[in-house]
Design a protein around this ligand. Sequence first.
Ligand code: NDP
Length: 484
Amino acid sequence: MSVPTHGNLIDGAWVPARGGATFDDVNPADTSDVVGRLPASEAADVDDAVRAATRALPGWARTPAPVRGRHLLRAAQAVERRLPELADLLSREEGKTIAEARGEVTRAVRILEYFGGERARPSGSVIPSERERVFMYTKRQPLGVVALVTPWNFPIAIPAWKTAPALVCGNTVVLKPAEQAPLTALRLCEILQETDLPPGVLNVVFGSGPDAGAPLVAHPGVRAVSFTGSDVVGREIAQVTARRLARLQLEMGGKNPTVVLADADVDTAVECTLNAAFYSTGQRCTATSRAVVEKAILPEFLDRLVARTAALRIGDPRQAETQMGPAIDAAQLETTLRYLDLGRQEGARLVTGGERLTEGALGRGHFLRPAIFTGVLPDSRLAQEEVFGPLLAVLEVDGFDQAVQVANAVRFGLSATICTRDLARALDYVERAEAGMVMVNLPSAGVEFQIPFGGLKDSSSGAREQGPAAAEFFTETKTVYMKY
Ligand code: NDP
């Protein structure tokens, strides 16, 4: 079967890379299935996109904000209409289950709806002057051309949650999605473009991080960069943007704990941990990769968690009964296998999972049985480093204070869960957890679109994303003094 070939969106037209090179988008559940072929863009393509965005900027910035928002509302309706097709594409190129894919596309709809109305709300303030007949107020205005660089693990939600606030705030956009799952982002851009966005307001360039991402974040015409991905790449981008004082927002990794206190409801604790550790194949920045469990509840919690984990149905993510799909690619699978070896070398005990699955059709994809290690020491590499796969480290603690100390003793600080029935302990944990998002009796990975998202320590840098916080990043404040 011939593979559909797609272009970059530059200045309102879908065009191949100037160099003519392409790369393939491959189904991680069946590597013989090539989902699409995309342009392998380079600096010249990026430059075309930034120039188009620069030309489109004055007109878009002048367009009344509620009119800009209507494009997003129309796109929300179109995404919702096409939900089954988009969810299937997402599941096929990224490997999350069809139920998770439907959830993610629905989230993109909600994000577009939310930001569609956002700039119709007041966005400045009137502040009294100490002088007579002086009127002072603030207003928010767009930054200019913004670059959005996104990872593969939420291939429609993250492009949506960066693009929607950027556009509604009056910026023009160049988006660079990840190579491993670019097509759902392409469909989103297609849908946005079909709302009659003026040419150049939204541009998308496909290609690798080094060839397309690096020239984009380094481009002198780009006023701000919003990036989600690994902290290694985030740090590189920070050095590049600092040189020209471009504004930067970084959302990076996590090593998120689920703390289980002795008084927890065991069913809730097992459900939260199973969901956060293994759904989406553990490939969520908010995934739980450490369970920090009080000794008194550990045997019962572990027995039930291991039984539930071993029973997870792994397979083709597009089949309704599947509960966990493949790793995104061979490299990510290798990383998880390396950490399995490391855990054994460090003396932790593998109590379930960890085998590659290769029987029958599974042999065509990157499948692995989800793994749990017990007896993990807090300062071991398994307890400290992000794996980004279905691997959970269980750490035993003697009480609440030790649980807090162990949960906090990593360089990341994105999301943290506590399972307890003690309200005072829960509130204490909210105060003491070194994490940007704290969950009580809920999975570390379940976030909503209308409230700020982001972390502390090495997990994030710059303004928060989503909800009302998003506009802080994508606008400047202008202060006005007026004598009358
Ligand atoms: P990467 O950091 O490798 O890539 C993220 C994006 O950056 C991709 O589009 C990538 O392109 C691009 N990129 C790579 N190198 C450069 C560069 N030098 N300059 C500009 N852009 C570049 O992360 P992954 O895609 O592998 O995603 C996994 C990581 O992302 C995990 O560590 C995870 O924790 C983190 N993540 C964080 C989230 C958060 O909100 N905090 C959410 C989701 C993931 P390409 O891949 O095409 O080469």
